[in-house]
Ligand binder design. Structure first.
Ligand code: GLU
Length: 306
C-alpha cells in the first residue's frame, strides 16, 4: 500500500510529478493500492486553490488512486491525540522557547541543521502540561519530542544504508496546536496502513525523526524509498529561479500529457528522450534499477521546443 502526499503549496512541477510517477509505478506494477493524501497543514504556505489544481494535474498525468482523498486539515484530532499520548508517556514536553531564543542559545553556527539550530533542551522537565506552561510563561506552548539518541540508522530501499543522524528535540505540535509535519505523516501513514513511502531525497533527514515517532507510538514504519531530486541545469534543487517548470505552465503552452510523461520517463531512465507515453505504458517494464542514483537535471527545453 503506497500513497501520494502532495502539499498544495503551488502547482505541481516536474520534480513532484516525477516522484509521483515513481510512487504510482512502484505500487501499480505490483497490483497494490495507492492512496492520495493532501498535506494542507503547513499554515501560510498552503494555497487554497492548489489542492484542486494538484488533483487536476495528477488526473491529467494519468495517475490514479484508490478510495477517498484524505485531507490532513480534517484530521487534527488524530494528531492532537497522538501528541497527547507522547506527553502522557513522558516522551514529549511543552516548550515556550521562541526561534530567536533558540538561535541565541546555540553555541556555534555549525550547530544549525536543516531545521535551524539544535534545540538546547531549555524547556525539558520545566512544565507539567500545556496549561502550566502558558500560566508560567504567558505564551502558547509547542510540544517537543525528547530525543535521547544521536542517530537512528536505517536502510532506505533506494538510497541504501543511512546514518540517520537526529539533531535534538523536535516539535511535534506547534504553538497553535496544529501538528508538525513529522507527526502528521506518521499518524496518517499508520492509520492508512501505508507500507511504502516513495518520496524525494530532500526528506531523508526527516526519516530518522519519523522512525522515532513510529517507535514511540508503537507503530510499524513503512519501507522508505527516497528518490534523487530533479535539479536545474546548475545542479541545484528545481526552484522558481530555473523558470516555470509547473505542469500548468506546460499545459497552457499546449504540451500534451503523453509528451510530459514521456519526459518524466526519460528522467526516470525508463525511456529515451523525446518519447511519448502514459504512465500505464511504463508498468510492464518498470524497475527501480533504471533510476539513476544521483540527482537528475530537468529542464523545459525538450518539451517546449518539441
Ligand atoms: N507533502 C510532502 C511534499 O510534498 C511529502 C511528505 C512525505 O512524503 O512525507 O513534499
Amino acid at each position: 500500500m503506497g500513497r501520494l502526499a502532495p502539499s498544495p503549496t503551488g502547482a505541481l512541477h516536474l520534480g513532484n510529478a516525477r516522484t509521483f510517477l515513481l510512487a504510482w509505478l512502484s505500487v501499480r506494477s505490483r497490483g497494490g493500492t495507492l492512496l492520495l493524501r493532501i498535506e494542507d497543514i503547513d499554515g501560510p504556505r498552503i494555497k487554497p486553490e492548489a489542492a484542486q489544481q494538484t488533483v487536476e494535474d495528477l488526473c491529467w498525468l494519468g495517475l490514479d488512486w484508490d478510495g477517498e482523498i484524505v485531507v490532513q486539515s480534517e484530521r487534527r484530532e488524530r494528531y492532537a491525540a497522538a501528541a497527547a499520548r507522547l506527553v502522557a508517556a513522558g516522551l514529549a514536553y511543552p516548550c515556550v522557547c521562541t526561534r530567536s531564543e533558540i538561535e541565541g542559545a546555540a553555541s556555534a553556527p555549525h550547530e544549525a541543521g536543516d531545521d535551524g539550530p539544535v534545540y538546547p533542551g531549555t524547556c525539558r522537565g520545566r512544565f507539567g502540561d500545556l496549561a502550566a506552561a502558558k500560566a508560567a510563561s504567558e505564551r502558547d506552548a509547542a510540544l517537543r519530542f525528547r530525543v535521547e539518541v544521536d542517530a537512528v540508522p536505517f536502510v532506505d530501499a533506494f538510497a541504501g544504508a543511512q546514518p540517520g543522524r537526529v539533531r535534538g528535540d523536535f516539535v511535534v505540535q506547534k504553538r497553535d496546536l496544529g501538528p508538525a509535519y513529522q507527526l502528521a505523516v506518521v499518524v496518517d501513514a499508520a492509520a492508512q496502513g501505508v507500507t511504502e513511502v516513495v518520496r524525494a531525497a530532500d526528506l531523508l533527514p526527516s526519516t530518522p525523526r519519523q522512525l522515532l515517532l513510529y517507535a514511540a507510538l508503537g507503530l510499524v514504519p513503512p519501507t522508505f524509498v527516497h528518490v534523487p531530486l530533479v535539479v536545474g541545469v546548475d545542479g541545484l534543487r528545481l526552484a522558481k529561479r530555473h523558470g516555470d517548470t509547473s505542469l500548468r505552465h506546460f499545459r497552457e503552452r499546449g504540451v500534451r500529457a503523453e509528451q510530459l510523461v514521456g519526459y518524466l520517463a526519460f528522467l526516470c531512465g525508463l525511456r529515451p528522450r523525446g518519447g511519448r507515453c502514459m504512465p500505464r505504458d511504463l508498468l510492464a517494464a518498470f524497475q527501480w534499477a533504471s533510476l539513476a542514483p544521483a540527482s537528475v537535471r530537468g529542464d523545459d527545453h525538450g518539451l517546449l521546443r518539441g
